[in-house]
Design a protein around this ligand. Structure first.
Ligand code: RP5
Length: 173
């Protein structure tokens, strides 16, 4: 039995440049994950088999990224009904990712997918971390430190704006 907290899945390697952002965040938080490319359209058998493996291994959260007619997160939510699934709608050239967003967010009642913004893979990593933090003080503290760093970054920017004024600030950007 493989002990992984999070499974990151995506429909194609073309999703990887975006999906790497959730892996990076989980790395930062010291959370274990595995990454897979599989598709409920192109590799339905492999996807079903992998869902069974995840069930057996007791995965805690799934992050699923898909673009276009994006069924991967919803189908995994259906196949693993007690595991939280976070969906990442991937930007598409034809429709700007609203196709992905609507496919992922408009799940039927009873089979939810927690949906982040188009290309919002980092937020998916943060959301997964906050779910895991519920029962884990170490993760909770790391996440709190990360949130504090956001506050500090904004305060530093404001301080710089006050010192330089907007014109000099913009010319430095
Ligand atoms: C989806 O189709 C994938 O999630 C990807 O976003 C989209 C396009 O896939 P490729 O044609 O780039 O392989 O299944």
């Amino acid at each position: 039995m493989k002990n992984i907290d999070v499974s990151i899945i995506m429909g194609s390697d073309s999703d990887l440049p975006i999906m790497k952002d959730c892996a990076k965040f989980l790395d930062q938080m010291g959370i274990s994950y595995e990454m897979k490319i599989l598709s409920v359209h192109r590799t339905p058998e492999k996807a079903t088999e992998y869902a069974k493996t995840l069930k057996e291994n007791g995965v805690k959260i799934i992050i699923a990224g898909a673009g276009g007619s994006a069924h991967l997160p919803g189908v995994f939510s259906a196949m693993l009904p007690t595991v939280p699934v976070i969906g990442v709608p991937i930007y598409t050239k034809s429709l700007g990712g609203v196709d992905s967003l609507y496919s992922i967010v408009q799940m039927p009642s009873g089979i939810p997918v927690a949906t982040v913004a188009i290309n919002g893979a980092k937020n998916a990593g943060i959301l997964a971390t906050s779910i895991l933090a519920v029962g884990n003080e170490t993760i909770k503290n790391k996440l709190a430190d990360f949130k504090d760093s956001l506050k500090t970054a904004v305060s530093n920017k404001d301080e710089k704006l006050q010192q330089l004024g907007y014109e000099a600030y913009l010319s430095n950007m």
